[in-house]
Design a protein around this ligand. Structure first.
Ligand SMILES: Nc1ncnc2c1ncn2[C@@H]1O[C@H](COP(=O)(O)OP(=O)(O)O)[C@@H](O)[C@H]1O
Ligand SMILES: [Mg+2]
Length: 221
């Protein structure tokens, strides 16, 4: 497989009260297997929209997204879920952990849903890798912001995905915990051979990637 992800002429136009809004205006972008790319650009430039379309959360209005060799064009929810299962992960700014589950169960449950056999060992290894081996049975509410995001990183990487999307993963963290999360995200993605697309405002974080691209007004510069 030549690319982990390839976008060709991707546009996203959404309806709004005042008429259609062009959010992405023909984006071409590709990332190789195992490569890391950071996406920077001003607020409102379309970075989160890019992640939504590239990860299949939202359908492109025009152009094509090819994820792990498969076009997302015309895929239904089930086919898309099947394509992503265990191979594509997301990390969000606001962690998106389930409050009623322990750190361990937050990491373990998606592995189980994806049909992995060795879910216990995988979940534990992933939490060990983010330094939370001693916090397995803590609930999100009992963890700091940085620790919560490390659980989210463990959850994202536990399946050994081919492709990881992270949208402002350190955006809700102080600089010290943000640096730690970034360190772990890049290190584990590299160890496990995942391609990584990271949206960030933080230039220190952005510079850790193999390559940096910039969004401006719905276009990639
Ligand atoms: N559902 C939507 N409907 C209309 N406009 C939207 C929607 N989502 C985002 N936008 C607009 O699209 C532009 C890009 O947003 P976004 O991708 O969130 O930018 P960024 O992540 O770079 O801050 C912004 O102008 C935003 O207001
Ligand atoms: Mg955003």
């Amino acid at each position: 497989m030549e690319h982990a992800l390839k976008l060709t002429g991707v546009a996203l136009t959404l309806p709004a009260a005042s008429g259609p809004v062009e959010i992405l205006k023909g984006v071409d972008f590709a990332i190789a297997p195992g490569e890391s790319v950071s996406v920077v650009g001003p607020s409102g430039s379309g970075k989160s929209s890019l992640i939504s379309v590239a990860s299949g959360i939202e359908q492109a209005t025009a152009g094509e997204v090819v994820m792990l060799g498969a076009s997302l064009k015309g895929l239904g929810e089930d086919e898309l879920a099947k394509l992503r299962r265990g191979r594509v992960s997301l990390v969000f700014q606001s962690f998106h952990l389930l409050a009623t589950m322990s750190a361990y169960d937050n990491v373990r449950a998606p592995l189980e849903i994806s049909g992995f056999a060795d879910v216990d060992a995988r979940a534990k290894d992933a939490l060990d890798a983010v330094g939370l081996g001693s916090r397995l049975h803590h609930f999100p509410g009992q963890l700091s912001g940085g620790e919560r995001q490390r659980v989210a990183v463990a959850r994202a990487l536990a399946c050994n995905p081919k492709l990881v999307f992270a949208d402002e993963p350190t955006g809700n963290l102080d600089s010290k915990s943000g640096a730690m999360v970034a360190e772990m995200l890049f290190a584990i993605a590299r160890d496990r051979g995942a391609a990584l697309v990271v949206v960030t405002h933080d230039l220190d974080l952005a510079r850790r990637a193999d390559r940096m691209v910039e969004m401006r007004d719905g276009r990639m510069l």
